[in-house]
Design a binder for this molecule. Structure first.
Ligand code: G3H
Length: 531
């Protein structure tokens, strides 16, 4: 990667941003304390002619007091469920969200450019991440209208009238991952606030500056304290917030170790709801009758889109012994043909944003080769400061680190099998349970396999790689891979609780209900149809 990044096209050039602004209690304030430098792993020419990581700017390195001030603002805005936001009419909350998405769209270019520089995501995928997030918000608004329409009525059973709706849970601490610093964070934050909760949001480790252009949109769209955005380290910001016991929902996409340590800090665990998207080790299972060209193409995108840095990436490949040679030959050839380039070159492979990642991938390769695996493809394991060319490792076994660890990077372990029970046993013993890709045609073989696989993971992809989208479908996992379900539809439910008004069927109560509806004095009791 060192030689290709000397010349940076003018359209994609960046100048360092000294970002100081944060959002607490509806006020955009300027941070005067310590700052943290943000570097891109993309290297730029220095004055002495050498190449070094590009300085993108600085962000506030905020402290515990700021974290607690953000929490206090969220607490005040929620005001034990009596705040303006949690008691606001659904139509009014939707109007705030519509304003936000309109303002957000204006910032597309800045956010896309920072996505490329901060995390090395290619241009097409960076644009897709932004546009998909906008669509997600628009779809969430529609789904909330639908939900509201379904609640705009009274039920009657056992002599009791009931007006049932979904209400907010309280204060949400929202933490997203570096690989989708916009999309996955907003896929938590947006439904959380849509349902009337208030939030403290800390951007991910990488992909921080790209949140800066959106701060004004948050400030101008929502009442004070509904969204509070602070910058800093997880330990300094999130830990003291959890210790207060004021957080009602921990919404995190990342590693289970972070989720567990944050949960452990909460003094009232039974009161803490969890919405978690965690690590995975999605297998591909290739049966003897699989269409090999299609399988290879899907395994390339499945294992290596964004260099394998996706929770849904295929992270282990099981191939039937009968087609092992054909698969390994075609797959290795396809991997070696991949181009490595800058994000704006739109190559599949781009610089890795985490400085330690190339050496970690090398450790996995060295460990596997010391225990009997070989690097099958010619270019596998070629290294530079910010990249390691994808290595196809075969034969892999359970003694190797790459068998168990979620590599989240460009290395592909392959295992061959003769009995389908072998991958099934491995999957049932695995700590993960998100998705699987199943390649084959024979329905008599596929049917019983599907029936087992759906109980080991939460999505079985037939002859295609694993993925989260389309966002209307449920995104979840078993074991260490998730808690709660996310999708446009499900997230609104994950961040809310059913709550209702009940009234015995008698003349006095019925008259009260009629007056409540006619006067429109309650924001909760409403049979209005939202268009
Ligand atoms: O990192 C995990 C993401 O949810 C994956 O989403 O399948 O759309 O890339 P994707």
């Amino acid at each position: 990667m060192n030689n290709t990044n000397v010349s940076i096209p003018e359209a994609h050039a960046v100048t360092p941003i000294d970002h100081r602004t944060y959002l607490i209690g509806g006020k955009l304030k300027s941070w005067e304390g310590d700052v943290a430098s943000v570097y891109s792993s993309i290297r730029s020419p220095q004055s002495d002619g050498s190449l070094a990581p590009t300085l993108l700017g600085t962000v506030p390195d905020m402290d515990e007091a700021s974290a607690l001030a953000a929490l206090a603002a969220a607490d005040k805005a929620y005001n034990k469920g009596q705040g303006k936001w949690p008691t606001m009419k659904v139509a009014d909350r939707i109007a705030c969200m519509e304003r936000f998405v309109d303002l957000m769209k204006i910032e597309r270019e800045k956010v896309v450019k920072l996505l490329m520089w901060e995390i090395g995501k290619n241009l097409a995928d960076s644009e897709k991440e932004f546009d998909r997030t906008v669509d997600y918000i628009v779809d969430t608004i529609d789904a909330y209208k639908d939900l509201d329409r379904g609640s705009a009525k009274f039920l009657k059973d056992g002599g009791v009238h009931a007006h049932v709706r979904r209400g907010p849970l309280g204060i949400v601490l929202c933490l997203g991952p570096y690989n989708y610093p916009l999309n996955e964070t907003f896929a938590l934050l947006i439904p959380a606030i849509m349902m009337g909760n208030t939030a403290v949001f800390k951007p991910a480790k990488h992909g921080v500056l790209l949140i800066a252009p959106l701060l004004e949109a948050f400030q101008q769209s929502f009442p004070s304290g509904v969204v509070n955005v602070v910058f800093g380290r997880g330990r300094t910001i999130a830990s003291p917030i959890m210790k207060t016991g004021l957080v009602d929902v921990l919404a995190l996409i990342g590693h289970s170790s972070s989720a567990i340590s944050l949960q452990d800090l909460h003094p009232y665990k039974n009161r803490l709801r969890l919405v978690l998207g965690l690590e995975a080790k999605n297998p591909a299972i290739i049966l003897p009758d699989a269409n090999m060209d299609q399988t290879v193409a899907e395994c390339i995108s499945g294992t290596l889109s964004f260099n394998g840095q996706r929770c849904t990436a295929l992270k282990i490949v099981y191939v039937h012994e009968d087609v092992k040679d054909e698969f390994l030959n075609k797959f290795s050839e396809a991997v070696d043909a991949l181009q490595v380039g800058m994000p704006w070159d739109n190559t599949l492979l781009t610089p890795l944003p985490e400085p330690g990642k190339p050496s970690y991938i090398k450790e996995l390769i060295d460990d596997a080769t010391s225990k009997g695996a070989s690097v099958i493809n010619k270019r596998g394991g070629e290294m530079s400061d910010n990249y390691c060319f994808p290595a196809v490792l075969y034969p892999v076994n359970s003694d190797m680190r790459v068998y168990e660890e979620e590599q989240f990077g460009p290395v592909i372990p392959v295992i061959s099998f003769t009995d389908i029970q072998e991958p099934l046993n491995d999957m049932s013993e695995s700590s993960y349970g998100q998705q699987v890709s199943l390649f084959g045609k024979d329905v008599s073989k596929l049917a019983p396999l599907i029936d087992s696989l759906v109980n080991l993971v939460c999505r079985v992809n037939l002859n295609s790689s694993c993925q989260r989208g389309p966002d209307v479908y449920p995104f979840t996992g078993r074991k260490n891979s998730a808690v709660s379900t996310l999708s446009v539809h499900d997230a609104l439910r994950s961040f809310s609780i059913r709550t209702f008004v009940a009234s015995k069927d008698n003349p006095t109560n019925n008259e009260i209900l009629e007056n409540l509806m006619a006067s429109k004095k309650s924001k909760f009791i409403s049979t209005d149809y939202l268009l």
